[in-house]
Design a protein around this ligand. Structure first.
Ligand code: URA
Ligand code: SF4
Length: 290
């Protein structure tokens, strides 16, 4: 990795603009027919954190900007609660054009559009990627479940993933809103973990280049540094699969078990709520830890 060049403000901005230019002309999938504007993404070219949603909604389609509707307002509040600023992060989506009626993007549409997100990630090279909701998480790792992964820190290639529920789920259900508020507060830890991963990738390139879809393997020195090593059992998601090439945030086995128990209890309600109409307006004015 060439840190000097890849994080140079100007060259990253230029790359992001070039990607947005191509996206603005893109007609590679049928979503081009129904969009008003493309929504390539926006934010700081030097962002350490990149949020990735599923695809533009109506407000985003009309404005050409990501997360500007109600879900976006909640996302802003979550970011500001850290405290961080929206301008300091980068916000993008898996697909850059609105699926009509806010339906899920189809597999072919995601495939056609994926190159743009990959290029954006490569250009920004963030320490932490926050997939928002199960569709965005599925783009990075289909074996992880969103409710079980909310606010957890996973290694992904030479950076970390910290999935969160989609903010629109938080608008619909108070327990989802609570999960989002709790989850976002792990972002500081995720950034620190991202720094460790990046430093290790620079110091020990063979660790950084290990395949993310390889077999389960010995914990990395990054984890050992973090103090505690999640057991294989603890690292299993409730899909019964061990996330391969990823690690759990360092927790005691008791903490992991307690968390998994809590998550299982709320999971059904949370996932059902992802498909419901908005019912609850979120009060996000809870005190933060830092
Ligand atoms: N939902 C998303 O997934 N992305 C947006 O940009 C807005 C709402
Ligand atoms: Fe192109 Fe992506 Fe828009 Fe489809 S969704 S037209 S692939 S930019």
């Amino acid at each position: 990795m060439d840190e000097g060049d890849s994080k140079s403000h100007k060259s990253v901005s230029e790359k992001l603009e070039a990607i947005a230019d191509v996206v603005s002309e893109c007609r590679k999938c049928p979503l081009a027919e129904t969009r008003t504007n493309t929504v390539p993404g926006e934010g700081s070219p030097t962002a350490e954190v990149m949020f990735v949603g599923e695809g533009p909604g109506q407000d985003e389609d009309l404005s050409g900007r990501p997360f500007v509707g109600r879900a976006g307002k909640l996302l802003d509040e979550l970011i500001e609660s850290l405290p961080m600023r929206r301008e300091d992060v980068y916000i993008a989506n898996v697909v850059k054009c609105r699926p009509p009626g806010n339906r899920d993007p189809e597999r072919g549409e995601v495939e056609e559009c994926s190159g743009y997100l990959r290029q954006q990630i490569e250009a920004i090279d963030p320490l932490v990627i926050v997939p928002l909701g199960r569709h965005a998480l599925g783009w990075f790792n289909p074996s992880l479940r969103i409710t079980a992964s909310n606010g957890k820190i996973f290694r992904h290639e030479d950076r970390v993933l910290m999935p969160l529920l989609h903010p629109s789920a938080g608008l619909r259900n108070p327990s989802n809103a609570e999960m989002l508020r709790e989850g976002i507060h792990n972002l500081r830890e995720a950034i620190l973990e991202g720094i460790r991963v990046k430093r290790e990738a620079i110091a020990e390139p063979e660790v950084a280049t290990r395949p993310s879809d390889g077999d389960a393997e010995a914990p990395s020195s990054v984890l050992e540094e973090a103090g505690k090593i999640a057991s294989d059992e603890a690292a299993e998601t409730d899909t019964g699969e061990t996330p391969v090439g990823l690690f759990e945030r360092a927790q005691t086995p008791e903490e992991v078990q307690e968390e998994m128990r809590k998550q299982r209890a709320i999971e059904e309600a949370a996932e059902a709520a992802e498909n419901e109409e908005p019912a609850v307006v979120v009060d996000d004015r809870q005190s933060s830890f830092f």
